[in-house]
Design a protein around this ligand. Structure first.
Ligand SMILES: Nc1ncnc2c1ncn2[C@@H]1O[C@H](COP(=O)(O)OP(=O)(O)OP(=O)(O)O)[C@@H](O)[C@H]1O
Ligand SMILES: [Mg+2]
Length: 303
């Protein structure tokens, strides 16, 4: 497979702020990669370097084998910025036609793009009358018009309702199936479940994770919690035997590593104390995201 985006050891400083440090990331044709990170982690900066809006202080970036920022690289790339604004007097169709022309795509492609984002009916209304979610959809339409080789989307689902988010990810999957390489930034892992093949996480300008969601969940090694509810006042005995913490009079919560889950359940089953119910809670995606994003996994490096 060909690498559509290749970022190698990229660093960027803004005065004393180290926005990116030694970031390497590649996205292949047909791949959807989600770039996550806290506010100020460096996501938008990375996009802006890929687009050639600003220059990196170190490292190399190529888009479809061309140097990022070159005319050839710019032609291959489409972008949805994190805040979109269009001239209010233009209709949705006029906006997308304008972008189609700028990209050298056929003006007629605008109608298809508007339809794909669910704006066909509102296409001939002035975009100044659009709701926030409709403006976001219009931003998407201008990004996808002309079937770009590389699609960069900076927080594309912000402002979209849950159903629209689902539709958005279906649309992106369709584009990827026809060969587009997609890199999108987002703020939460949970909405990406089963939607992004790969997740990359930036923390304070460094890439701290890059892999399939399941692999990140595993390597985070966060504990599984087992909540045991006892009958007949057995909670104190369960607590004494298994440790954990008392939740209320009747329940105990035991935290264990994923691989210890079955032995703990077997021991609970065999225990003489009466057990009324057991609830097993694996780490949530939000916990996994916090683990990487807030950084209990990486050494602080202030050098
Ligand atoms: N033009 C600039 N001048 C100075 N500092 C900048 C500039 N652009 C970005 N920064 C700084 O670089 C860091 C990374 O910012 P960036 O916008 O890339 O973060 P982000 O991950 O996109 O955050 P958010 O989730 O809030 O959009 C921040 O500390 C920011 O203040
Ligand atoms: Mg940003």
């Amino acid at each position: 497979m060909s690498k559509r985006i290749e970022i190698a050891s990229v660093s960027k400083r803004f005065g004393r702020v180290e926005a990116l440090r030694d970031v390497s990331l590649a996205v292949e044709a047909g791949e959807v990669v989600a770039l996550l990170g806290h506010n100020g982690a460096g996501k938008t900066t990375l996009f802006r370097i890929m687009l050639g809006f600003i220059r990196a202080n170190g490292g190399t970036l190529s888009i479809c084998g061309e140097i990022a920022g070159s005319a050839a690289a710019r032609r291959a790339i489409s972008y949805l910025p994190e805040s979109v604004a269009f001239p209010k007097m233009l209709t949705g169709r006029e906006v997308v036609e304008l972008y189609a022309t700028l990209k050298g795509a056929a003006r007629g492609d605008a109608g298809k793009a508007l339809e794909q984002v669910g704006l066909a009916e509102a296409a001939d209304r002035r975009c100044g009358t659009y709701s926030k979610g409709m403006r976001q959809r219009l931003g998407l339409a201008q990004a996808i018009v002309g079937q770009p080789k590389v699609l960069l989307l900076d927080e594309p689902t912000s402002g979209l309702d849950p159903v629209s988010r689902g539709e958005f990810y279906e649309l992106i999957a369709g584009l990827a199936r026809s060969g587009t390489a997609v890199l999108l930034s987002s703020h939460g892992l949970s909405e990406l479940e089963a939607r992004a093949e790969r997740v990359a996480i930036l923390r304070k300008g460094r890439l701290v994770a890059d892999g399939p969601l399941a692999a990140l969940q595993k390597s985070a090694g966060l504990p599984t919690r087992i909540r045991v509810r006892s009958t007949a006042g057995g909670a104190a005995d369960i607590h004494q035997r298994f440790g954990g913490r008392r939740i209320n009079g009747a329940s105990v919560e035991i935290a264990c590593a994923g691989e210890e889950k079955m032995p703990v359940l077997a021991a609970l089953h065999a225990a003489p104390e009466p057990v009324a119910d057991i609830e097993v809670m694996p780490p949530t995606l939000d916990e996994v995201y916090r683990y990487y994003s807030l950084g209990s996994n990486v050494e602080e490096d202030r050098s």
